[in-house]
Design a binder for this molecule. Structure first.
Ligand SMILES: NC(=O)CCC(=O)C(=O)O
Length: 266
């Protein structure tokens, strides 16, 4: 499986519509890959809390349509990162916010094949918990070419290992994790991505954001980590595309040769 991890960098000066067009072009450049991955909330701005309400859209809104077309043109499965989702139905969660941080996954034909609403909201009473409802569902998608199943999660979710155990128990062999993780805690980002790969013996494909927006410097360091704990690829702090070939048999081979998961006591 050939994977492109598109570490998008952006700042406040770039209008959202221009960013969507620029990122769609970046996705089209990934023709020849099987899977391309974008970061969390790259269009509305990961920390641009004040803009989220105005930039919210449904899962078939303008960003989704642009990403569906780009996936189709490139012929890649696309994890399009996340949007601020406002359903057209007027749906609200238990806390009545009516917005979710929702990831979108498109097939190479441009069909929306999965959505995942971020379960753990970042902000400690401000930011996401104040503005968004929490997702409730564990979501997995089939990887291209029958290469296993990927559990979906988003950024702050990475701090909660029990989510990944649930994905593992549902059959995950990989985790795909878009993020808007700041530079101030980038060591946590790299450490926790490695931890999830090793403790769950899964491939981790983690796509962070670069640049500075809403006063927050993003950490970059997107990474693809094997279950052995070896990083196949690691980005720097700037906008960058990682292109990586992975044979997913590494997961079953390593689980067989070092069967630590069989020693779990539930
Ligand atoms: N967007 C996020 O979820 C940020 C998470 C973060 O900054 C952290 O966990 O630290």
């Amino acid at each position: 499986m050939r994977v492109a991890v598109i570490q998008v960098g952006y700042g406040d000066a770039e209008p959202v519509q221009e960013r969507v067009e620029r990122v769609a072009a970046l996705v089209r450049e990934q023709a020849g890959h099987d899977l391309a991955v974008l970061p969390e909330l790259w269009a509305p701005g990961g920390f641009a809390y004040r803009e989220w309400d105005a930039r919210a859209e449904p899962v078939d809104g303008p960003t989704a349509q642009a990403m569906a077309a780009a996936a189709r043109d490139a012929g890649v499965m696309l994890h399009a990162g996340s949007i601020v989702e406002r359903p057209t139905t007027g749906e609200h969660g238990p806390e009545g916010r009516g917005l979710w941080n929702t990831s979108l996954v498109f097939s190479p034909a441009g069909e929306l094949v999965a959505t995942y609403r971020k379960i753990h909201r970042f902000g400690f009473g401000a930011g996401e918990p104040k503005l968004m409802d929490a997702g409730e569902d564990v979501v997995l998608v089939d990887l291209p070419g029958g290469q296993g199943r990927a559990g979906l999660s988003t950024c702050y979710d990475l701090r909660f290992p029990e989510l990944y155990r649930r994905q593992l128990d549902a059959g995950a062999t990989a985790f795909v994790i878009p993020a808007a993780w700041p530079m101030a805690r980038v060591r946590h980002w790299t450490l926790l991505a490695h931890a999830r790969a090793v403790e769950d013996q899964c491939l981790v494909i983690a796509c962070n954001t670069a640049g500075t927006h809403a006063g927050t410097e993003m950490g970059g360091h997107s990474q693809v980590v094997l279950p052995t704990g070896e990083a196949l690829a690691m980005a720097g702090a700037e906008e960058q595309v990682l292109s990586v070939d992975v044979d997913l048999s590494v997961v079953s081979d390593y689980r067989a040769s070092f069967p630590v998961l069989e020693d779990r006591r539930l």
